[in-house]
Design a protein around this ligand. Sequence first.
Ligand SMILES: C[S@@+](CC[C@H](N)C(=O)[O-])C[C@H]1O[C@@H](n2cnc3c(N)ncnc32)[C@H](O)[C@@H]1O
Length: 284
Amino acid sequence: MRNHSTDITMSDDDFSKLRAIVHRNTGITIGETRKTMLVSRLRRRLREVDEPSFAAYITRLSKDPGEMQELTDRVTTNETYFYRTPRVWNYFQEVFLPEFHAIGENRRMRVWSAAASTGEEAHTIGAILEQQRLTKPGFDYSVLGTDVSSRVLEVAQKGVYNGRSIARFRKERPELFASHMAGSDADGYKAVPPVRARLKFKLHNLLERLGGTSPFDVVFLRNVLIYFTDEDQETILRHVRDLIRPDGVLFIGESETLNNLSTGFEQVAPIIYRPVTRAGGPCA
Ligand SMILES: C[S@@+](CC[C@H](N)C(=O)[O-])C[C@H]1O[C@@H](n2cnc3c(N)ncnc32)[C@H](O)[C@@H]1O
């Protein structure tokens, strides 16, 4: 071991190079005041790969594409939990689902949990839609969770949850939790097999088009837009607009808004958007 990583300092030049590398690869804009955060997140990585300085680590990043994924895993913020922001789920269940059933096309509902992190949102969707499947003959669904960090997707794929991650869901929707999550406090809880069979997780950078998929009825794009510039948010929203059905719905995070962006979506309630139709109004 060549260094005691707590002694390593990051020069302003290293900081601006790392910010540029992160932005180029993920679109995430690290604020100018966030150097301490970046140092604390990367020090341990320098120790693991035995690099003596941030300058040496930057050189390593240019030669080793696998290290870019490690950097992405460390700079992303992955906070999430089941049943986050209940009014989103209320709209989904009380407005969108009845509308979807009323159309009566009997097609499979397709949901995208974009920036899915460790999968709690996708699993919440799974539990709600599994309940529909069991009570509405002919209804079926699939949920795709995507994220730019491979580390969080591994957790999502294992799908074992406990503690704070499930606490709110368990308290506010005990019947859904009991019916569609199985396990114990000691070993953790996993979605039941029919839910797991309908969830898929995939690596994807929101700044790129998501290929190989048909349009979605519902897109959850929550608590991720805050990390991007307005221009990058518009790029992301353009990709989402291309992949959402005209009668679909988009949910964003509680501290986010699309109001100052040009996106092709219209707000129907705070943080809830529908695509604008050619006639000019939301397709509701
Ligand atoms: C705070 S979590 C949000 C999780 C969940 N959507 C929620 O609201 O609870 C933000 C997630 O966005 C992901 N992310 C950041 N930049 C991304 C990008 N360019 N493409 C896809 N995912 C990204 C991060 O890896 C992280 O898991």
